[in-house]
Design a protein around this ligand. Structure first.
Ligand code: F6P
Length: 319
């Protein structure tokens, strides 16, 4: 193995830069040439890539986003896109790919790597923490802390003005951010895509608690489960209590990566380079029970099973 390439794809996540830096510097340390592909799969299709040296990744460990840029690339799921991407791989003599991204990125890497016999190793980076078989992803801790900071601020005004707030966090298919911030933020209710919710029952609880003197509530909703605006409107209509919606949106994707996100990036990116050097392929590196591990892509791309009931039980026991 002489030359590898690294790309970031899908939604950006804080810590992707730390992962790029580690792939480049560790790769060079291991006597490899490392190419950076721009805008994820799009860059492979359109041959937008360049050789990276030690200094090209200076001063990025603390930056959110990704210096390689990222994109959603539906063309890569088509035959023509894959064919062109493979042509770039051949033309540039790339022996292996490090794919930094989330669930969708790994699905694409699995299909491409298997079909065109290109060794691909996934480094899980997604604020959603939606990779099956591992504990956490690069960027998840940072996003949770960002959302938590916002919820702590909302708590101040919710308590002072005795209002109900519905806070919408990211997570189209996965409710992990919502569950994590609901627990850490001491929120009263959480609504996620993985569990059916009963708004009438929530309104009933709110009214009864209100009679007992509990006047402020924070309800967290993952974007895939409903909109804060709709839910807040229905709560106001049903309970006659003032309820305000807040959508945190893309602020959760940016910002300085936390120590945990950077630490994961370093460990997982170097492990990915080692996997390629060992001749491994079609798998993702990950962190499980405080240890670096590898899982095959087939397992990694399955729907992540969250222990939802455990989260809910904990939340209800302390509300
Ligand atoms: O990266 C994951 C994620 O932030 C999801 O939580 C969210 O649903 C999605 O990306 C939004 O993607 P985009 O910014 O492409 O609309």
């Amino acid at each position: 193995m002489k030359r590898i390439a690294v790309l970031t794809t899908g939604g950006d996540a804080p810590g992707m830069n730390a992962a790029i830096r580690a792939v480049v510097r560790y790769g060079i340390f291991k006597k490899l040439e490392v190419m950076g592909v721009f805008r994820g799969w799009w860059g492979l299709i359109n041959e937008e890539l360049k050789l990276l040296d030690h200094r090209s990744v200076s001063g990025i460990i603390n930056q959110g986003g990704t210096i390689l840029k990222t994109a959603r690339c539906p063309e890569f799921f088509e035959e023509e896109g894959q064919r062109r991407a493979f042509a770039t791989i051949q033309k540039n003599a790339i022996d292996g790919l490090v794919v930094i991204g989330g669930n969708g990125s790994f699905k694409a890497a699995h299909v491409f790597g298997t079909k065109y016999n290109v060794p691909c190793i996934g480094v899980p980076a997604s604020i959603d923490n939606d990779i099956n078989g591992i504990d956490t992803t690069i960027g998840s801790d940072t996003a949770i802390n960002t959302a938590l900071g916002a919820i702590d601020n909302v708590r101040d005004t919710a308590t002072s003005m005795e209002r109900i707030f519905v806070v919408e966090v990211m997570g189209r298919d996965c409710g992990f951010i919502a569950l994590a911030v609901a627990l850490a933020g001491g929120c009263e209710e959480v609504i996620i895509p993985e569990k059916k919710f009963d708004l009438q029952a929530i309104c009933h609880d709110i009214v009864h608690a209100n009679i007992r003197g509990k006047v402020s509530w924070i309800i967290v909703v993952a974007e895939g489960a409903g909109s804060a605006e709709d839910i807040a409107k229905k709560i106001t209509e049903t309970t006659n209590l003032e309820t305000r919606p807040i959508v945190l949106g893309h602020v959760q994707r940016g910002g300085r990566p936390t120590a945990l996100s950077r630490d994961l990036a370093l460990r997982l990116a170097t492990e990915a380079v080692d996997c390629l050097l060992r001749g491994e392929r079609d798998l993702a590196v990950g962190f499980c029970c405080y240890k670096t591990t590898v899982i095959d892509f087939e397992t990694a791309i399955k729907k992540k099973e969250l222990n939802v009931e455990k989260f809910y039980t904990l939340l209800k026991q302390v509300t």
